[in-house]
Design a protein around this ligand. Structure first.
Ligand SMILES: Nc1ncnc2c1ncn2[C@@H]1O[C@H](COP(=O)(O)OP(=O)(O)OP(=O)(O)O)[C@@H](O)[C@H]1O
Ligand SMILES: [Mg+2]
Length: 166
């Protein structure tokens, strides 16, 4: 499976979707989150954080000024939440040392990844958020590479059994 679109009503269901996807993620996996301002990317990462059982109880908020927030999770995994919105150009991204985050100590969720797309590994799962009204989003999941295809297929086979209510 290379791509799939899901209609999601309400922020709780955006979080629920991410929570359910998190069960299929492992260290080294990369999620590229794309979509207009306010389309639901950070909301999605909050659901991921719940699913990965981040150890600190603080709320996940957008790392707009620091570019990268790091959350230790249950089971020796880290969640790296990145937001490239304020990157002025991709050479600025080169100063962040992204390779160390992509080397497999954790799961990366990157808002506005397209601002430094050439620095990402080739295999990643793109998740595009489209606001179709105040109350709903279409979420497109696009696998770039075999590992991401596997994540998407595994997730969707469970999704068809358990998550149709979203
Ligand atoms: N499926 C949904 N239906 C309706 N509203 C949603 C949905 N998902 C998220 N929202 C709402 O969208 C708003 C913006 O969400 P969020 O901050 O996650 O956007 P963002 O894409 O991270 O924005 P930015 O690009 O500014 O970082 C929030 O009020 C959130 O509750
Ligand atoms: Mg955000």
């Amino acid at each position: 499976m290379k791509s799939y679109t899901i209609h999601i009503e309400g922020p709780q269901n955006t979080q629920k979707l991410a929570f359910q996807l998190s069960a299929f993620l492992k260290k080294g996996d990369i999620l590229g989150l794309r979509g207009n301002l306010g389309s639901g990317k950070t909301t999605f990462v909050q659901g991921l954080a719940q699913g990965l059982k981040i150890l600190e109880s603080h709320m996940v908020s957008s790392p707009t000024f620091t570019f990268i927030n790091e959350y230790p999770c249950c089971g020796d995994t880290l969640l790296f939440h990145m937001d490239f919105y304020r990157l002025s150009h991709s050479t600025e991204a080169q100063t962040l040392g992204l390779d160390q985050y992509f080397q497999g100590q954790g799961i990366c969720a990157i808002e506005w990844f397209e601002k430094a797309a050439e620095l990402l590994p080739k295999d990643f799962l793109e998740i595009e958020f489209q606001a179709i009204s105040e109350k709903a989003r279409n979420i497109h999941m696009i696998a770039h590479g075999l590992d991401s295809q596997k994540i998407l297929s595994n997730f969707l086979s469970s999704f068809s059994h358990n998550c149709r209510s979203l």
